[in-house]
Write a protein that binds this ligand. Structure first.
Ligand code: NDP
Length: 240
């Protein structure tokens, strides 16, 4: 029987590539999204992967959304906490709202995504938790105090969950992408983007599929003994 996988933010960008890679590997995939109905509908039309709308920053909405996915597809065995946002500003200009929005989505959202599926994984003695962190959580980044805090937090989350889940057959790992060609990065002014690319020894942005392949590997049976790790996929930009 094919396993059920949930990908938050799974309708666009890196998440869409992850949803597609898992579907191609034989999983029954549910892709969550926040509010872009048009992109979600186009994604479902193109891939046949069902999309489910809820805000990962909202615990009750996450619980209800996950219950709906499980009613439709079966118990979630692979959860990919991928949804994330940026609200960049140098620290002296960063508002409390910019701080809080990023914490709520990128960090509390990861808790809200994993917490409802964790008891079922423990009972069934199998689970794969994969969190999409970032190179900027490893090294820090100008104007991203909020974002870097959440992405460093992701690494703490998986290292702790790995210790709690190991005896129950659950692994928890993070993937730290470098700069990947998605709308998030393409929204950065071209000049800034060029200066970013100049810092990447590979001389290019990564492709969403290059992150998706890391996730598919971590989800597979071959990765059972990899637990609490981070895979860095960043074109040699940083060795974390
Ligand atoms: P995109 O902006 O391209 O896509 C974001 C996805 O997340 C969309 O599906 C969006 O839904 C969803 N989303 C955003 N907020 C919420 C929310 N509150 N609840 C539910 N879903 C939400 O992002 P990327 O693909 O670029 O990034 C994906 C992940 O990878 C993020 O965690 C990001 O931090 C991380 N990352 C990205 C890098 C990059 O270079 N792109 C580098 C390193 C890490 P909707 O379509 O409805 O808006």
């Amino acid at each position: 029987m094919s396993r059920v996988a949930l990908v938050t933010g799974g309708s666009r960008g890196i998440g869409a590539a992850i949803s597609t890679a898992l579907k191609n590997a034989g999983y029954k995939v549910a892709a969550n999204y926040a509010g872009n109905d048009e992109a979600a509908a186009a994604f479902t039309k193109e891939t046949g992967i069902p999309t489910y709308k809820w805000n990962v920053a909202d615990y009750e909405a996450s619980k209800a959304g996950i219950a709906k996915v499980e009613a439709d597809l079966g118990p979630i065995e692979v959860v990919v906490a991928n949804a994330g946002i940026t609200r960049d500003a140098p620290f002296h200009k960063m508002s409390p709202e910019q701080w809080q929005q990023v914490i709520d989505t990128n960090l509390t959202g990861v808790f809200n995504t994993i917490h409802p599926v964790w008891p079922g994984m423990r009972e069934r003695k199998f689970g794969r938790v994969i969190v999409i962190s970032s190179v900027n959580g490893q090294k820090g980044q100008f104007a991203q105090v909020n974002y870097a805090a959440t992405k460093a937090g992701d690494i703490g989350i998986v290292r702790s969950l790995a210790q709690e889940g190991a005896r129950a057959g659950i692994t928890a790992n993070a993937v730290c992408p470098g700069y990947i060609a998605t709308e998030m990065v393409m929204a950065v002014p071209e000049k800034v983007r060029e200066s970013i690319i100049a810092q990447i020894p590979a001389g290019r942005l990564g492709e969403p599929e290059e992150i998706a392949r890391c996730v598919a590997f971590l989800a597979s049976d071959d990765a059972q003994f990899i637990n609490g790790s981070t895979i860095s996929a960043n074109g040699a930009q940083f060795f974390g």
